[in-house]
Design a protein around this ligand. Structure first.
Ligand code: ATP
Ligand code: FE2
Length: 322
């Protein structure tokens, strides 16, 4: 059977059909703000307007769909509600179960599937989230995370203040390649990270923009690598998986490759179409959850903007992996 998955927690409305261990169809309609950052209600309006087109593009054979999975949280409230409403309506009309997927867990699961890794320490670096996770006792435990903003949002904020368009991450990466990193404040507290002081200092720097971009990347990525390395050492695991939109960055991939090489660990990063927000991660995680019987009643299908990765009981991985 096939699972329809719908993602739309923030900037990307995306739907996919997963079945037979492959992505059968995937289609997205990204929201690009005309200026400034992402406004939750405007993004939700974009999602509502594009919903029919995006779903029609992947749903060629509705009778093959066994369940409808949607991203239940975390994310922007208006966006989550728009997606949940569509998912409930489709599940009801097809007479199939509804599955509420945690967006962070879905990033991790599609990464594991795409890379074929077994039991990794995960660096999940995206717009709103920056976490280091590992599977332990039926949950993805958060070993460390940002205490303020997500790394991607920090990069986007810096970029916007320098007149670059949204999203800023790719622009910063291109500029950083031409610069020499300047020194900027580095903040790791125990296993946690903080980025807002770093971003403010970068915004205030008078150094050439290329050098500031290089310094911002080197500092933020070194912080992430430090916490990932410590999680690897403490957990005794020997794989690192990089997921989330910031994971597309070549310099971050290079730094993690070096750290893993020095520790004798394997480094994995999924192909680009499944590293950032995408419907396939929801459809795939939905297929795992359906097999484990983790479906929702309509009453349980309310969205959860603050849904944390470690709230999810991972009923689809065997206890042997504990
Ligand atoms: P989440 O809800 O998981 O926090 P998200 O909605 O922000 O995710 P993602 O697609 O996972 O969406 O990540 C988007 C972020 O990735 C943006 O902040 C963007 O600037 C950043 N990004 C994309 N490409 C790059 C890159 N090459 N280098 C650095 N950052 C990047
Ligand atoms: Fe995401």
């Amino acid at each position: 059977g096939h699972i329809l998955g719908i993602e739309g927690t923030a900037w990307n409305l995306s739907a996919a059909v997963f079945g037979g261990d492959r992505i059968i169809a995937l289609h997205s309609s990204p929201y690009r703000p005309p200026s400034g950052g992402i406004h939750p209600r405007e993004a939700a309006q974009h999602h509502a307007g594009e919903m029919k087109a995006v779903i029609s593009e992947v749903l060629k054979d509705p009778s093959s769909i066994e369940a409808v999975a949607f991203s239940q949280g975390p994310g922007l409230g208006p966006c989550l509600r728009t997606v949940a409403t569509a998912a409930r309506a489709i599940a009801f009309s097809l007479g199939v179960p509804l599955i509420g997927v945690n967006h962070c867990v879905a990033h991790v699961e599609i990464g594991r599937w795409a890379c074929g890794c077994d039991d990794p320490i995960v660096l999940y670096a995206s717009g709103a989230n920056t976490q280091v996770l590992g599977y332990l006792g039926s949950r993805y435990r958060i070993f460390g995370e940002t205490l303020d903003i997500g790394l991607g949002n920090g990069l986007d904020k810096f970029a916007r203040s320098k007149g670059m368009t949204h999203p800023g991450g790719p622009h910063i990466e291109a500029l950083a390649q031409k610069g020499e990193p300047i020194h900027l404040p580095y903040t790791v507290k125990g296993m946690d990270l903080a980025f807002s002081g770093l971003v403010s200092a970068a915004q205030e720097s008078q150094a050439p923009l290329e050098d500031v971009c290089a310094g911002l990347q080197e500092t933020a990525f070194s912080m992430c690598v430090e916490v990932t390395e410590r999680a690897l050492a403490h957990s005794g695991k020997d794989e690192v998986l990089l997921v989330g939109g910031v994971g597309a960055n070549g310099r971050l991939q290079e730094m993690l490759t070096t750290m893993c090489g020095e520790r004798g660990a394997s480094f994995y990063v999924p192909e680009r179409r499944v590293i950032g927000d995408n419907g396939a991660m929801i459809a795939y995680t939905g297929s795992l959850m359906l097999a484990a019987g983790q479906t929702l009643t309509p009453e349980e299908s309310a969205v959860n903007p603050g849904y944390r990765s470690d709230e999810v009981v991972v009923g689809w991985r065997d206890a042997g992996a504990d």
